[in-house]
Design a protein around this ligand. Sequence first.
Ligand code: MG
Length: 389
Amino acid sequence: MKRIAILGSTGSIGQSALAVIAAHADRLSVVGLAAGENVERLAEQIMSYRPAVASMASTTALERLRDLLPAGTVALPGAARDGLVAVASHPDVDIVLCASSGTEALEAVLAAIDAGKIIALANKEVLVMAGGIVTAAARRRGVAILPVDSEHNAIHQCLHTCDRGLLKRIVLTASGGPFRGWSATQLERVTADAALQHPTWRMGRKITIDSATLMNKGLEVIEAKWLFGLEPAQIDVLVHPQSVVHSMVEWCDGSVIAQLGVTDMRLPIQYAFSYPDRWTTPLPPLDLVAAGRLEFSQPDTSAFPCLRLAYRALESPASVAVVLNAANEVAVPLFLEGRLSFPGIARVIEAVMDAHDPATVESLDEVREVDRRARVAARTIARGLESKV
Ligand code: MG
């Protein structure tokens, strides 16, 4: 029996993970659940899965949860970062699925690594912000970080086909989002509602906007560097609108190995839980005939500059990726609120990066400080652009 803790259990990945656990109740059980503010859903999940420990993002939400549950149902040791740490490092947990969005879970992931837990990582901000710190900690402790992000999960599967020293490059596929093929002029008029309609994947709001700007792919490029220990020149991106090929690796002889599958996150989540085994699944099989044509093209980084900015961060000292991520986390909600244009997201990020002095970051405190300052700068710059929306 593998015992799981889920950080972000009420989100899209968290709910899919619980569906995987329900489908494999003979091999998987839930020990801990942590959620943001969705008290009612977490209460339902606790009553269905009976974890030993749970937490929420705020003390207000935690107290409301306590009121909803019969006394003694579950241990509620704390809220926010302390709560996440308690859930992630609970002694009965074998695997921590980090599926919360943003950077709140950074301390919890490090605490879980210290406690020797396997990390199933669905959150990309953790590696974008602190990839060096997190991967060094995992190496020291001999802990595996298993990627749940569908592209990295695909790469992880493909890499088992040969000796790592013979790898030439990896190719991450990108759907291209809802505005693939649009010109920079057309993108000026994009609304939040249109950007929230992703053609192939159903996901949370922040990651759906990141997919539309290609920042999601940019964050994934940085994530890949840390997960697989790659040089920037070894990481390529191809636009593949059908999202059937989840990603591929190219070996020194030119052979390319790809992983294909249905666009359903239950597949990569299950593989992270079953690894190194494979289990059967209730999902429908991949129907290549129904998929029809599989197309590939180069991403347009002049209309979608976020991917270019991510490559710039990839080739710079580690603080630049922190700045990229922080500025994006400020800009995306402003776009959703109608206070920033769609291309304004990349403009804010680039301006904050231009104003930043690149540096190495050695500790979580340094990461948090660079992050804090970048957010202040992003808000100031966004205010200057707002008047032009
Ligand atoms: Mg992905």
